[in-house]
Design a protein around this ligand. Structure first.
Ligand code: FE2
Length: 211
């Protein structure tokens, strides 16, 4: 299970920090441009973290691990605002680590699991792209482990598999801010490129406990 969910506390400022990108802003180009990463990470992701700090200040959530906030506020109407910002902070932290400048291909164990549960690696790519493209409005496409079984799921807005008892292995952000500067409205093309060239299968293996 993915462990890096307790985003570290800082001495000054709030308890949640915008953790550094695991690569340079230009490292995902040409699939995702430096401009998109700068805006997505530096503005959108940052805003979720800052808003979360504002909402959590002086509450029971101020020092709570981020994944715990997401799980505890899911489906609690009165907590929707904190859920949305905590969910987006968690999802983005996970998203950046789901990408790698030289995304590889799944290792042996995950390849076997994909064959067993989703047909093949190629069938995974098609099904994942189709799910991500078909997610209506803003949201996320995920490869998850449901117990021992690999599945593709999508979530809307800030929702996250961790709020549903699933273990995320990889995600692709399909909010328009993730691709609009580079691909305009061509979400499918964006997802296809990301899936082919940027998915971080080593990260997926670690999350699956197969690293
Ligand atoms: Fe995003």
């Amino acid at each position: 299970m993915y462990q890096a969910t307790a985003i570290p506390a800082t001495e000054a400022g709030g308890p949640f920090t915008l953790t550094p990108l695991p690569f340079a802003e230009e490292a995902l180009a040409p699939v995702i441009s430096r401009k998109t990463v700068a805006l997505h990470y530096g503005e959108h992701h940052r805003a979720y973290v800052e808003k979360l700090n504002e909402l959590a200040k002086g509450t029971e959530f101020a020092r709570m691990p981020l994944d715990e906030i997401v799980k505890r506020t899911a489906k609690v109407g009165a907590r929707a605002e904190i859920f949305n910002n905590a969910g987006q902070a968690w999802n983005h932290h996970f998203y950046w680590r789901s990408l790698a400048p030289k995304g590889g291909r799944p290792g042996e164990e995950l390849r076997r699991r994909l064959d067993r549960d989703l047909g093949s690696y190629d069938e995974f790519k098609e099904a994942f792209t189709k799910a991500a493209t078909g997610q209506f409005g803003s949201g996320w496409a995920w490869l998850v482990a449901d117990g021992e079984t690999l599945k593709i799921v999508t979530t809307s807005n800030a929702d996250s598999p961790i709020a549903h008892g699933l273990t995320p292995l990889l995600t692709v952000d399909v909010w328009e801010h993730a691709y609009y500067l580079d691909y305009r409205n061509r979400r499918e093309e964006h997802v296809r490129e990301v899936v082919d060239r940027l998915l971080n299968w080593e990260f997926a293996a670690q999350n699956f406990g197969a690293g």
